[in-house]
Write a protein that binds this ligand. Sequence first.
Ligand code: SAH
Length: 212
Amino acid sequence: MTSQRTRDRLVERLRAKGITDERVLEVMRTTPRHLFIDEALAHRAYEDSSLPIGQGQTISQPYIVAKMTEVLLQPGIPDVVLEVGTGSGYQSAVLSRLVPKVYSVERISGLLDRARRCHQAIGLRNIYTRHTGGVWGWPDHAPYPAIIVTAAPEHVPESLLEQLALGGRMVVPVGTFAGDQMLKVITRTATGFDEQTLDAVHFVPLLDGSIR
Ligand code: SAH
């Protein structure tokens, strides 16, 4: 169920769906997604689907993780990335194997504790996490050359845009309803922000405030 063959099959599927970055495909093939999921669902870990992780949240579909990672790294590998929405910790684990330093924030502390334990268990030491409440992102370490938002705002919060470095890019799902939510790439230029729209997606909402 969690065998190498099952993982290879997932990678073939990602390739068929248009993922071409070999670095990303290799990391997707070798990151143990089953460890980020409840044991009862682990047998579905290498299916290309999102799965519940408790507290009404989900681990993203592997295709979307690969796509967002590929798009984020397309201009070159940044030295640091900020993820908003740690969730299971799987996306940050994937990023940590490609980018020297990963910052990740989560508003539900129970999920964050579990994600941290997973990162420790598989020996990932370049992921720095924080439980956030009432602030967007992690302004202390800003500006970031790359930001990935894994929950959907209706409009990207201004204070999150401010954390993007000049020339930096943010990959973010924008919109509230299934059907109107689109994956966007926002680049900070000398004069403002450039916006590019990619696939239709379906993420849980980006919310204000923290909870236990
Ligand atoms: N990247 C995750 C997917 C997370 S689902 C993974 O690989 O599993 C989205 C997560 O964003 C949820 O855990 C949710 O609690 C969190 N979230 C929502 N609003 C947030 C906010 N304002 N700041 C930080 N995390 C937030």
